[in-house]
Design a protein around this ligand. Structure first.
Ligand code: TYD
Length: 140
């Protein structure tokens, strides 16, 4: 497992807007490093809930707060970092095998998530100790 710097990346999308308003385009394989197989979005969460709390064996993600703000804590078992998603043009790319917690959602938060994979519960690791064990096995 690599360093966190190689596993996450903050992306800045172009704004193709004009006097009519903003327009942000995210094309799979071009603006982000994977083809998009799934999108989902989270809203109606607040500053008391913690979502995510899992890692994925295969899925890569890009998270975008298209409205409002939230925080994402990313953790590879060795290092962790907190990133605030606070602009519609900002994307957070996460490679597979990164543990993530999403929290501190503003009231107006709409967190859009793009994923490289269709949903498959079997590739979700929801137990942090198991995540650490898998990581150690990979390194061994
Ligand atoms: P969950 O993984 O808890 O969401 P989050 O990562 O935002 O905290 O998912 C909640 C429920 O929705 C859970 O039963 C799995 C289901 N789900 C799908 O069926 N497809 C999906 O793409 C996602 C993200 C979740």
């Amino acid at each position: 497992m690599g360093k966190l710097d190689d596993q996450i990346k903050v992306l800045e999308f172009k704004d193709l807007g004009d006097e009519r308003g903003n327009l942000v385009v995210v094309e799979g394989g071009m603006d982000i490093p994977f083809e998009i197989r799934r999108i989902f979005y989270i809203y109606g969460s607040d500053d008391e809930v913690v979502r995510g709390q899992h890692a994925n064996l295969r899925s890569e993600f890009v998270m975008i707060n298209v409205c409002g703000t939230s925080k994402v804590k990313v953790d590879n078992g060795e290092e962790s970092r907190i990133i605030e998603l606070n602009r519609p043009r900002m994307g957070l790319y996460l490679k597979n095998n990164v543990w993530k917690d999403m929290y501190d959602f503003s009231e107006d938060s709409i967190l859009l998530v793009l994923s490289s994979e269709h949903y498959d519960e079997h590739e979700y690791i929801r137990d942090y100790q198991e995540f650490l064990k898998l990581r150690d096995n990979e390194e061994a």
